[in-house]
Design a protein around this ligand. Sequence first.
Ligand code: PDD
Length: 287
Amino acid sequence: MGRLAYVNGRFVPHPQARVHVEDRGYQFADGVYEVVPVANGRLVDEELHLDRLDRSLAELRIGWPMSRAALRLVSHELIRRNGLANGIVYVQVTRGVAPRDHKFPKGVKPALVMTTKQLKRASPAVLAQGLKVVTVPDIRWQRRDIKSISLLPNCLAKQQAFEAGATEAWMVEPGGYVTEGSSTNAWIVTGEGKVVTRKANHEILNGITRQVLLKVMAEEGIVLDERPFSVEEAYKAREAFLTSSSNFVMPVTEIDGRPIGNGHPGLVTQRLRRSYLATFGLDEEAA
Ligand code: PDD
C-alpha cells in the first residue's frame, strides 16, 4: 500500500491528497506548521513541537483543528500506516476554507493536513565534510517566532544557496548580524570555545532542536553566549553549525566560500551532535 496523507478527517492516498482552492493557507499563507522528527519509528520531542504549535496558533488566533490528544493519535497512526522509521511528520493548520476576504472568516473550522516523509540519515561523508552556507539579506516579516507557512523569503534564500553550490543560506539583518538559516538555527563556536547563538525573541524561530541542545549544553557544562553574531565574526569562528528537526546538529565548514576554522567539522560540534542524538537514544557510530 502506498503512502497516506491525513486531510481534514480522512486518511487518503498521498498522490490524491487535496485541499480546497479557497483554503486560506493556499490564498493568504494564513496558517502555521510543524515539522516533527521521527527516529526509529518514534516522534522526537513531540510535546515540545505541540507546545510550539499551540503558541503559533494562539499568536494568530487560529483554533486547534482537533484536540491535542486527537492530533497525537492521528500522527502516531500516520507513522504506523506509512511504516515510517526515519524522517519527519509535517503538520499544517490553516484558518480554514472561506470566500476570499482578508479579514478573519466567522465560524470556519481550521483545516488540518498531515503528511510523512522518509529521510535518509546524514551520510558519514556529509558529516565528515560539513555543509556550505552563504549569507543573504533577511527580508522576512517581524514575527519570525511564529512558525507561519508564509515561507517565500526562506524559499528564495534556500534557492540562492543552492545556486551558489551551498546547502543553506544564513539570513542577515541590516546591522550585519546573522538571524538564522532559511530552515535552521545558526550557531558558531568562538576562539575561546564559547558557543554563540541568538536569543529566541521575535527575530528568529525558537527551534526545538535549539531548545533541547541548550539543555544538553547546560548539563555538559559547555559555555553558552546567547547573543547575535555578525557575519565577520562567523568567518573568523573556530567552528560553525546549524540545527533543525531534519538536520539535527550539522557542521558548517564554509561560509561565503571561506573555510571555517580548519575547514573541517569541529570537535565541539561533533560532541554536541552525539549528545543531542543521545537524548533520543540514537548512536550514529553504533548504527
Ligand atoms: N524548519 N529556523 C527556521 C526559519 C526554520 O524553518 C526551522 C525549522 C528552524 C529550526 O527549528 P526546529 O529545530 O524546531 O526544526 C529554525 C523546518 C525543519 C522546516 O521548515 O522544514
